[in-house]
Design a protein around this ligand. Structure first.
Ligand SMILES: Cc1cc2nc3c(=O)[nH]c(=O)nc-3n(C[C@H](O)[C@H](O)[C@H](O)COP(=O)(O)OP(=O)(O)OC[C@H]3O[C@@H](n4cnc5c(N)ncnc54)[C@H](O)[C@@H]3O)c2cc1C
Length: 485
């Protein structure tokens, strides 16, 4: 029987944030993770001498004052990062566009690439920079949305800066409405570029994406992209170490099977039959998974408005690739039939030991499209792998000759390794009716909060770090101690 102040279920970025902050606050903290490594969708795995990211590769929020940097500093984690500019290389219609931080330079690059695009597109980029900047500032003030009580008002007050007014007119709009307003219409290659950047960070394209979330999604790449050796998984490991240094405990291969309310707190049981009594619990799992742990009615998984991921992992001979930009977004050619990977494939290149480099190529996929007989799944997988190798050739032209090892992950792979129901990843699609002030809240019951990409502010490691901060603050308040952030 373990008796702790704070039990964290899962060591994704949401759970690790809550756990590392809890331990640094002096709470008796226990993080239980069912897998053998931390990080969840932003973790990693090793295969035949290659180390691959499980999902997330791009890191934002580690710059001075950024959300992740605040977590790292407050928890005492050691994470060394350096700015990455350009953050990504966009491959669109045979062109290669560096997505640079300097706004005027980016507009010049865009203009040169698309001389026939109406001026409205440049006004749209200005809008995204302006509103995205305001949302960025609001985010770094660590607000707690949706407002469900006085605590949320108190925590969110620092975010009420003059810049907030910039976001107000757009709160219920879609990105498409903004594009129309500025005259950013009628140029399919530029539309595809905008949609490609949007879907990767929000799960939605212009027509359905919340304008405010869209602005920050577009602009974040140009505000705080950082390089960390080892990628997001290295940050996850640094948060584990920080938790342990502060006296907290992180255990792997420890799956929670059941959570129940008890007088003065909560009781959880692991698959091995261990019992944990905790005053407060942070559940870093999707809401449906928490419902199952609580023995409640579980929402039908077909109703989840979210994506699956297909990821091609290539172990390659990286000789001669030194200095290559690490992140490439490959967009489908306009005017041609969509390739099997859809509109956008994201190529991440990680140098490894010697010339053993890792390349991971991810794209969105409909989870339901994988509900096929086994041999059909294998065929579908082969076709996707081939198509994604072709897409990768836009970033590394001789990729075929370099491949030493090839594997892929489908939604079932994510379900298996992260326990996310049916392999839905990336959190809820950021539609206007369900983002920012109207995002799903993190509170479940007194002393029980969710952290992760299904609650405010949504997907991405930096987003779930904010959800972890809010869940941790709730735990502190419930226990009756001050919080570090
Ligand atoms: C292919 C792909 C690419 C992505 N690219 C990026 C990117 O470049 N940049 C970015 O910022 N974000 C990216 N994301 C999104 C980002 O990875 C996720 O939004 C984020 O990591 C989710 O974190 P989380 O805290 O919600 O939980 P998860 O990562 O889902 O972690 C939950 C953890 O809880 C554990 N767990 C679950 N149930 C139990 C249980 N019962 N008992 C114990 N442990 C349990 C799981 O094993 C897991 O470790 C990407 C996602 C994917 C899938």
């Amino acid at each position: 029987m373990d008796d702790v102040d704070l039990l964290v279920i899962g060591s994704g970025f949401g759970g690790l944030t809550a756990g590392a902050l809890g331990a640094a606050t002096g709470l008796r903290t226990l993080v239980l993770e069912q897998h053998t490594r931390p990080g969840g969708c932003a973790g990693d795995f090793a295969l035949d001498g290659f180390r691959f990211p499980a999902g997330a590769t791009v890191i934002t929020g580690l710059e001075e004052g950024g959300i992740l940097r605040q977590v790292v500093d407050a928890s005492g984690a050691e994470v060394h990062s350096s700015p990455l500019d350009p953050s990504i290389i966009l491959h669109v219609d045979g062109m290669t566009l560096p997505y640079v931080q300097d706004h005027e330079r980016w507009k010049a690059i865009f203009r040169e690439a698309f001389p026939e695009a109406p001026d409205g597109y440049v006004r749209f980029w200005d809008w995204a920079h302006r509103v995205g900047g305001a949302v960025y500032d609001i985010g770094t003030a660590l607000p707690s949305f949706p407002i469900q009580g006085l605590d949320d008002i108190r925590r969110s007050l620092p975010a009420l800066q003059p810049d907030v007014v910039r976001t107000l007119p757009w709160l219920v709009s879609t990105v498409e409405a903004v594009k129309q307003r500025f005259g950013a219409i009628g140029h399919p290659p530029a539309d595809r570029l905008i949609d490609g950047v949007l879907i990767d960070a929000t799960g939605a394209t212009s027509g359905t994406c919340s304008a405010v979330q869209g602005a920050i999604a577009i602009d974040l790449y140009r505000r705080g992209c950082q390089w960390v050796d080892g990628g997001p998984a290295a940050i996850a490991m640094a948060l584990v170490r920080a938790t342990r240094r502060s006296g907290g405990e992180v255990r792997f291969q420890a799956r929670i099977e059941r959570v129940r309310k008890r007088t003065g707190g909560w009781v959880a049981r692991t698959a091995d039959g261990d019992i944990v009594r905790a005053r407060a619990v942070v559940a870093n799992v999707p809401p449906q998974a928490l419902d199952a742990l609580l023995g409640r009615h579980v929402e039908r998984e077909e109703d989840i408005d979210s994506w699956g991921a297909f990821v091609l992992h290539l172990g390659i001979d990286g000789a001669g690739l030194e200095g290559i930009d690490p992140f490439h977004q490959v967009l489908a050619l306009t005017g041609e039939p969509l390739p099997p990977w859809g509109e956008n494939a994201f190529v991440s290149i990680f140098p490894g030991r010697g010339t053993r480099w890792s390349v991971s190529v991810s794209t969105h996929t409909d989870v339901n499209s994988w509900e096929l007989p086994t041999e059909e799944v294998a065929r579908h997988r082969c076709m996707m792998e081939e198509a994604l190798v072709d897409a990768t050739a836009r970033a590394i032209p001789d990729i075929q000759e370099r491949i030493v090892l090839q594997r892929s992950a489908i939604p079932r792979t994510f379900e298996h390794y992260t326990l996310r129901p049916r392999g839905f990843v990336g959190g809820l699609v950021q539609r206007p009716g369900r983002s920012t002030f109207r995002a799903p809240g993190h509170r479940v019951a007194p002393g029980l909060a969710l952290a992760g990409d299904h609650v405010f502010p949504g997907q991405g490691t930096v987003g779930v770090a904010l959800s972890g901060i809010n869940a941790y603050r709730d735990a502190c308040q419930y226990i009756g101690t001050g919080s570090l952030l």
